[in-house]
Design a protein around this ligand. Structure first.
Ligand code: C2E
Ligand code: CA
Ligand code: CA
Length: 660
């Protein structure tokens, strides 16, 4: 059944129908159509039963009217045969239910009135007039038994009643009182059964309208749900699948998408010198470029049986099934070459090329426990990093054998082990600003690692390796100690946050470790906030859940970082009351498009409605500050408001800021 707007409207109007008004013809025909199968069945069985009882009544004929008993029985028999043959012919010929109803109504008429006409010939008028009560069976049958449409019931039963009453009053010569009483009984029977038949048909009609409305509401709810799901899974700028959708695709592939010798390949793509592209050609051209690339990727992905998504900013991700590393290499090359073939001009790159190119890093699952999206992403990210390092416009396939070596060839895993003792690791602080007052209210602690030659290694490179090697536990603890020491010695505003890796969060005893550090420096637990990301599926991690609860019970603040990018932001929110939720910077950066800014607005509203304190990170321009003020965001963070800086710089700046 097609439930369109027109029908929804008609159903709404029809519900207000008064008793004397006719039903909507379209809806009535839908109702009859819907019940047709059942009504056909009722009619056929009903007719067979009625014909059988009609024949049985022949016994009374034999007993009551001996003078014409054989004729009457023969007539009953003939009628019955004719009724059944015509009924079955019409039913088997799949004629419409209407025709079937007319045949049944005619049968009732003939059965009742026809018998009466022949019975009038009897000499036994006394028993005849008494036996005529049996005529009411035809009236009741026409009105109540067969689900006829109301007009058909009314016409049939009225004719039967008129015929019997007429015969009683004018054709039979018995006691007048008896005839009047019988006639009155007939008319009464007609009126009551007609009323019942009308009530039943009205009720059938209204219950149909109710069920129609319920179906329409359900359809609307389903459509709304699908729309929301689509929005929640789509990147507003490019229309590609977003991170959340990609992680769902990954899960689906791992659960039931792979045959025996297939693996999942993941290609991480970054547009080369995109910042320069934006700076020289403007944000609008930047958006156009991303949209063109997205279109290309999604078309190629479809051709190759893969899925393409936007990973954030100028990064894209491709998920595909592969059966070998060679195939992964081929696919990665196809994507890189197809971007070059597009030849989007990029005049101000700063190298000797003049068109947009991409760098890519690719990896695949290897039956070595790397069947987790976060691990694949880390591996692809490292491969991508080395593509960037070797001059961009190229791709690298992640090699597990080289995994522990960093880009400059040193052994990063070894470096990490020595990082603390050799003083290679340090922290910098980036301020949070109160949107209303413009004052610094605290700082985020960000870790920095230097190589032996003094060059900085990006956290995007060393944190994943530290997580893989387990060094993160030691480094993470050190970062918390560092933050607590600086809080104890210098105050550092109202709160200092430290990023906590999923590995730490999953470790039993982690909350105890944190409280020990807090106790050691004698600071208030509320001054420390731990930033956890959605990088793990919280539903599966009971230890992480317990740890979050314990930390909060100790009074330590727990913040949700990078909201909107990971596994299940809403599931996390439902599970815990976070002190602060940090909306990932990708959402702010998408705000140049209308959809992007309404998405951010929706997110802020959703969080604020839940009574959550909202922080937006990645603020790079004055316009963004104004936007966030308008949206009622509580706290902001970003390069425009303060870059990550050493403790000494922070202390110097903090005192001037708070005086201002
Ligand atoms: P995050 O927690 O989302 O940290 C914010 C990152 O965004 C920082 O990068 C920061 O420098 C950068 N950022 C701040 N303002 C802006 C802005 O206006 N625009 C842009 N484009 N970026 C901005 P960083 O320091 O490179 O850190 C990267 C990631 O490494 C962090 O992301 C965090 O996930 C991780 N990380 C850093 N320190 C630690 C740590 O001590 N422990 C753990 N487990 N992870 C850390
Ligand atoms: Ca953070
Ligand atoms: Ca973040």
């Amino acid at each position: 059944m097609q439930l369109n707007d027109d029908i929804a409207k008609r159903a709404r109007v029809a519900m207000r129908k008064r008793w004397w008004q006719a039903g909507d013809p379209l809806l009535l025909s839908m109702l009859h159509h819907r019940n047709e199968r059942q009504d056909r069945k009722i009619l056929r069985w009903g007719m067979w039963a009625a014909v059988l009882s009609y024949m049985c009544y022949g016994l009374f004929d034999l007993y009551l009217f001996p003078d014409i008993s054989y004729q009457l029985v023969a007539i009953r028999f003939c009628f019955s045969i004719v009724f059944l043959v015509s009924l079955e012919t019409v039913a088997r010929g799949m004629r419409s239910l209407k025709v079937l109803h007319v045949v049944a109504a005619l049968s009732i008429l003939c059965g009742g009135v026809g018998w009466l006409v022949f019975a009038m010939a009897t000499q036994y008028t006394e028993p005849l007039s008494e036996f005529m009560v049996f005529g009411t069976v035809f009236v009741l049958g026409a009105n109540l038994f067969f689900n006829f449409r109301f007009w058909l019931s009314a016409v049939t039963s009225a004719i039967v009643t008129i015929a019997f009453v007429y015969a009683l009053m004018f054709k039979i010569n018995t006691d007048i009182v008896q005839r009047v009483v019988l006639s009155a009984f007939f008319i009464n029977c007609l009126a009551l059964s007609l009323y019942l038949s009308w009530r039943l048909s009205e009720e059938r009609y209204f219950s149909f309208l109710h069920s129609l409305q319920a179906q329409i509401q359900e359809k609307v709810a389903i459509e709304k749900g699908q729309q929301l799901e689509k929005i929640a899974e789509t990147d507003p700028l490019t229309g590609l699948r977003n991170r959340r959708a990609i992680s769902q695709d990954f899960l689906n592939l791992t659960r039931n998408g792979l045959s025996e010798n297939e693996q999942i390949g993941l290609i991480l793509i970054d547009v080369d010198y995109f910042k320069r592209f934006n700076d020289s050609l403007g944000h609008h051209a930047g958006d156009e470029c991303l949209i063109a690339l997205a279109r290309l990727f999604s078309q190629k992905a479809e051709e190759l049986g893969a899925v393409a998504g936007r990973h954030g900013g100028e990064e894209f991700v491709i998920l595909t099934k592969v059966d070998s590393q060679e195939r992964l290499r081929e696919l990665t090359e196809i994507f890189c070459k197809s971007v070059e073939a597009l030849a989007i001009p990029h005049p101000d790159r700063g190298d000797d090329r003049h068109f947009v190119t991409i760098s890519a890093g690719a990896t695949m699952t290897r039956n070595d426990g790397s069947l987790e999206l976060t691990i694949l992403l880390q591996q692809a990210d490292r491969a991508l990093y080395s593509s960037k390092f070797t001059g961009r416009a190229t791709y690298t396939i992640y090699d597990p054998a080289e995994a522990s070596r960093d880009a400059s060839g040193e052994n990063l895993a070894e470096l990490l082990k020595l990082a603390i003792t050799r003083g290679l690791v340090s922290v910098v602080y980036q301020p949070f600003i109160d949107t209303r007052t413009g004052k610094i209210i605290g700082y985020e602690t960000l870790m920095r690692l230097r190589d032996f030659d003094g060059s900085l290694i990006s956290p995007a490179v060393f944190i994943p390796v530290a997580e893989q090697t387990g060094a993160i536990h030691m480094l993470g603890r050190w970062a918390i100690e560092q933050a607590c020491r600086d809080i104890a010695n210098h105050g550092m505003g109202d709160v200092v946050s430290v990023n906590v890796s999923a590995m730490q969060l999953k470790t039993p005893g982690f909350p105890l470790q944190v409280t020990e550090i807090i106790g050691q420096f004698g600071i208030s637990p509320r001054k420390l906030a731990l930033e956890v990301t959605e990088g793990i599926d919280i539903a599966l991690e009971t230890q992480a859940q317990k740890n979050i609860e314990q930390l909060r019970a100790f009074g330590v603040q727990v913040w949700l970082d990078d909201f909107g990018t990971g596994f299940a932001g809403l599931a996390w929110l439902r599970r815990f009351d976070f002190d602060v939720v940090k909306i990932d910077r990708a959402f702010l950066h998408d705000c140049e498009s209308l959809r992007g800014s309404s998405m951010l607005q929706d997110m802020v509203r959703l969080l604020r409605n839940r009574g959550v304190h909202v922080l937006v990170e990645g603020v790079e321009t004055k316009q963004q500050v104004d936007l966030l003020k308008r949206l009622g965001v509580n706290t902001m963070q970003g390069y425009y408001l303060g870059r990550p800086a050493s403790l000494a710089d922070v202390l110097a700046h903090h005192s001037t800021n708070q005086r201002a």
